[in-house]
Unconditional design. Structure first.
Length: 133
């Protein structure tokens, strides 16, 4: 599922979350978890789609993968942080396990509020989402 209409966000009193990941199965798992935690969820398959979604309505939180086609998560974090300094951003990556050491550290230094390794430990993700900083 790509970017959904922002009308869904405008009609809810629940907090909103944007999930950004190029893997549809991971997006589905994340969507189900965040929905169970009370979030209205919109999905994007890459950074470009995510920016379009944020252009329609700014979510309460963004959960983004780092390694994606079109626009990676690092570039997305930089653009989101510049446009929305207080937006909560959680970065996800399994890249560190594949020899790309430092992706999650870089994401944290460049604007992600929290980072979580893949495969996603949903208890760790929930803790990151609930963390104030």
């Amino acid at each position: 599922m790509a970017v959904e209409s922002s009308v869904r966000w405008a009609m809810t009193d629940r907090p909103t979350a944007l999930i950004v990941d190029d893997d549809p199965y991971i997006r589905e798992e994340l969507r189900d978890a965040l929905a169970a935690w009370g979030y209205a969820v919109v999905e994007a398959a890459n950074g470009k789609e995510a920016l379009k979604a944020v252009g329609k309505a700014v979510p309460d939180i963004v959960v983004t993968d780092l390694m994606m086609p079109e626009m990676d998560g690092i570039e997305l974090i930089l653009k989101l942080r510049a446009a929305h300094p207080t937006l909560r951003i959680i970065a996800l990556s399994g890249g560190d396990a594949g020899g790309y050491m430092g992706y999650l550290d870089a994401a944290g230094k460049l604007g992600a509020n929290q980072t979580v390794s893949k495969p996603v430990d949903f208890a760790a993700l929930r803790k990151a989402i609930q963390s104030p900083g």
